[in-house]
Design a protein. Structure first.
Length: 301
């Protein structure tokens, strides 16, 4: 398996298309040539190739795992009443809100993720963030650190997310202060993980919420299933339909160039390469996913 990953890695090194995200200026300072792949099996083994041990900020990859925390804390019905489960067909930062109620269309777009973060139990933003960090760390099987420079960069430039939060607050959908919700959301996006970590996080979802390395039950099995359903329908934003057609796996991308993908009952995949396509998905990450899905017949349908 490791040899197959190395071969895939080498075969995609010549793919130099795509551009770095620049709207969070600190992300534009990353080495664009980085490329790491990792695959974590349910017996606890991790296979890796290339820069799979280089940390990057999780960004939107944090969203399904925070959604898992909120579902485990509140239950599906309570969460659904606040955040929808419909693919928006729109970009990650679109104003995907239900007319009138301001309820965001799903937890994978920024608006829905900001609202989901506000639902996590915790006495104030600091406690809520620590609970989120603990959860994501349990998914990864090690404590995840925060990239302070990326956090500061997003705090400086995150006005579009603030605008989304104000719209939701105005409609009565967001029930805490805008800055309180965003402080926690920006922090979760700035948590650092490697492709290997992401593969283990994915394998935990593939394994019904039990981390295959630490054996910790991070979330209940039905929660893991619900998260996978949302990743399948909404994880790749306005590219979700074509992704499901070509790759056929629940997945989530992030603007730092990471992709998490899950083969339920089989293994977790973590990919990292910072150059993005027009939809904000890693060019090499998408290409590698297509090859992996075809080669190992992972397509669920
Ligand atoms: O909120 C933002 O815009 C970023 N922190 C995360 C967005 C993101 O990763 C979109 N994914 N492709």
């Amino acid at each position: 398996m490791s040899a197959a990953l190395r071969e895939l890695h080498d075969s995609l090194l010549s793919e130099e298309g795509g551009t770095l995200a620049t709207y969070i200026p600190e992300l534009a300072r990353v080495d664009p040539a980085l490329f790491g792949l990792a695959l974590a099996t349910l017996d606890g083994r991790v296979h890796a190739a290339g820069d799979a041990d280089v940390p990057f900020t999780l960004q939107s990859i944090s969203k399904p795992f925070v959604y898992a925390r909120a579902l485990a804390d509140l239950g599906l019905e309570a969460v659904l009443s606040r955040v929808g489960a419909e693919p928006s067909g729109e970009a990650f930062n679109a104003i995907s809100l239900e007319p009138g109620t301001g309820r965001p269309s799903n937890p994978m777009v920024n608006a829905g993720a900001i609202l989901t973060t506000s639902l996590v139990s915790g006495d104030g933003p600091a406690a809520r963030f620590e609970r989120i960090r603990d959860t994501l760390s349990a998914f990864a099987g090690r404590r995840l650190e925060l990239d302070e420079a990326v956090l500061a960069s997003e705090l400086e430039t995150g006005d579009r997310n603030r605008a989304l939060a104000y719209l939701m607050r105005n409609a009565g959908a967001l029930r805490c202060e805008v800055d309180e919700a965003l402080d926690v959301y920006f922090r979760q996006c700035a948590l650092l993980a490697t492709a290997e970590d992401v593969a283990v996080m994915a394998a935990t979802l593939a394994n019904g919420g039990v981390n295959p390395r630490t054996k910790e039950a991070v979330v209940p099995g039905p929660v893991a299933e619900h998260v996978l359903a949302l990743m399948a329908s909404c994880g790749m934003y306005d590219g979700a339909g074509e992704w499901l057609l070509r790759v056929g796996l629940p997945a989530k991308s992030g603007v730092s160039g990471g992709i998490v993908a899950v083969s339920p009952g089989q293994f977790g995949i973590g990919l990292f390469s910072p150059r993005l396509d027009v939809r904000g998905n890693s060019v090499r990450g998408v290409a590698a996913s297509r090859v992996l899905a075809e080669r190992f017949q992972l397509h669920l349908m």
